[in-house]
Design a binder for this molecule. Structure first.
Ligand SMILES: Nc1ncnc2c1ncn2[C@@H]1O[C@H](COP(=O)(O)OP(=O)(O)O)[C@@H](O)[C@H]1O
Ligand SMILES: [Mg+2]
Length: 492
């Protein structure tokens, strides 16, 4: 009897096992293993070398300058490190409804306007839905043509010959997710950009595993990225992310692609953030900010003040800080509420900051400054749906908690930043001069920051890079301890 070739694959992270497991040892997900048949249809046939390869001196290899394709959005181009790279693959992940298809169709429209051809594979939406979005985005109708899925088969209709495509327009929308259909469209159209919306809905008839399974998604993504690399087409794979933040199934796609972008934001708010978490052609941690509007995603060119509602102090428990996101500074409002406990367990709830960080700051306030927080409930939020993960926000969190506890408000617009040590000391933060400059630009009157940052900030001030609206810029208060910093924020 032939030996069974089935394996068990975790739907969350893609790790494999020869037997079924209740809990994935890699990602800890419960009940995520399902049985799949090992598919070998797209054998990984790298061209065999004739003999042993000869080593060459690295210095003789010239670096390749990658020509970039502009996406039509300066912000998106920046997040990508300067635009799309021909032959490279981008994974665009995000929750359903966040705006992936919207941005991708806008990008297709822009490239088409530059006389470049785009293949847009719409594997999960009906032609009517697509037409509605195209109308909403004001996509020039002469630019796009749709090839519907052939009736009664899983495969797409045969692709018209390239000469007629030339007359038809610049965006070819292919309905359905058949891998062979996509492959033949790519080879006959030779587009500058291939968009797959979404990779989870692409399937290959040659693979024995069920469509949507981890191995299907992985094989199809691998095949498409190799094909596009070979032909020099830029590739964008849209991928849905599950609630816990992982790309459903194709988490393992991250290592196959060159760039990984994640869409963040809440569907009930118009703000959308695109964060780059991996990039072989640029910086990571770059952030782009967009607004979802009737006519599609509109970029916010200077988002530094978009997360705050003016700079005037709002009330006890509200403190402004300057957070670093990639290359840019965002002003953010930290809000804390410390209340006497009503009943039951102590609540320490946070939104946008790490709960453990808040617990540590509470402990430092109690044991180093003798502030009695007792068993009160503590809530800490970052307004505007922003998440801040850097230690530089710690001083602002501490100030917001004490402000709420003592009912105190700073008497002028102030930005507070600094990392807090366990001894109650203040530690140096990165790029303080850049943060001060942004605070100055938005009209902030004072900045409280660590003593350890004095040298770099004063040097920047001497160079004239941190002057504000009024000319001289905000007052700078350098503090070496948490206690001194809080005195500076609220006055003694
Ligand atoms: N007329 C409209 N005005 C404003 N926003 C809209 C409009 N139509 C759709 N949207 C927004 O677009 C989102 C759908 O975006 P879409 O690109 O389809 O998301 P994804 O492809 O990530 O699932 C909706 O959740 C909604 O926020
Ligand atoms: Mg979509």
């Amino acid at each position: 009897m032939a030996k069974s070739s089935s394996i068990f694959v975790c739907a969350s992270c893609g790790s494999e096992s020869s037997r079924w497991l209740g809990r994935c040892p890699e990602c800890g997900q419960w009940n995520s293993f399902s049985e799949e048949t090992k598919g070998t249809a797209h054998a990984r046939s790298r061209t065999a070398r004739p003999g042993p390869a000869q080593p060459v001196a690295l210095s003789t290899i010239l670096p390749v300058e990658h020509p970039r394709l502009a996406t039509g959005s300066h912000e998106l181009d920046q997040v990508l490190g300067g635009g799309l790279v021909p032959g490279a693959a981008v994974l665009a992940g995000g929750e359903p409804g966040i705006g992936k298809s919207t941005l991708l169709l806008q990008t297709a429209g822009h490239l088409a306007g530059q006389d470049l051809s785009v293949l847009y594979v719409s594997a999960e939406e009906s032609p009517a839905q697509l037409a509605m979005r195209a109308r909403r985005l004001g996509l020039a109708s002469s630019h796009a043509q749709l090839v519907p899925e052939a009736e009664g088969t899983a495969a797409a209709s045969p692709i018209p010959d390239p000469a007629s495509l030339e007359r038809m327009g610049r965006i070819l929308i292919l309905e359905g997710g058949s891998l062979s259909g996509i492959q033949s469209a790519i080879s006959s159209l030779h587009p500058a950009l291939v968009i797959i919306d979404s990779i989870q809905a692409v399937h290959s008839e040659e693979l024995t595993s069920t469509p949507g399974s981890v191995s299907q998604v992985r094989e199809c993504a691998w095949f498409l990225s190799e094909e596009c690399r070979r032909l020099g087409c830029a590739l964008i794979l849209a991928g849905h992310v599950t609630k816990d933040g992982s790309l459903a199934g194709p988490k393992t796609l991250e290592h196959m692609v060159d760039t990984v972008l994640y869409f963040e934001g809440q569907r009930d708010r118009e703000l959308r953030l695109i964060r780059c978490v991996k990039n072989r052609f640029g910086n990571v941690n770059e952030l782009a900010v967009f607004l979802m509007t009737d006519s599609g995603l509109r970029e916010v060119a200077d988002p530094s003040g978009i997360f705050i509602d003016g700079i005037t102090p709002k009330g006890p428990g509200s403190i402004m800080t300057a957070a670093l996101e990639g290359n840019r500074v965002l002003l953010a409002e930290i809000q804390a509420l410390v209340t006497g406990r009503v009943a039951g367990n102590i609540a320490r709830t946070t939104d946008g900051v790490d709960t453990n960080r808040v617990m540590r700051i509470r402990a430092i306030l109690e044991s180093r400054l003798g502030i009695d927080l007792g068993d009160s409930d503590t809530f800490v939020n970052v307004t505007g749906g922003l998440a801040i993960n850097e230690p530089a926000a710690e001083l602002a969190i501490a100030a917001a908690i004490t402000g709420s506890l003592h009912g105190r408000v700073p008497d002028c617009p102030v930005v507070v930043m600094g990392e807090i040590g366990l001894l109650g000391d203040l530690r140096r933060i990165p790029q303080a001069d850049k943060r001060v400059a942004q605070a100055a630009k938005l009209g902030v009157r004072a900045v409280v920051l660590p003593e350890a940052n004095r040298r770099d900030v004063e040097a920047a001030r001497a160079r004239g890079t941190v002057s504000g609206q009024g000319g001289s810029g905000p007052d700078l208060v350098f503090a070496s301890s948490l206690a001194a910093a809080l005195d500076a924020v609220f006055g003694k």
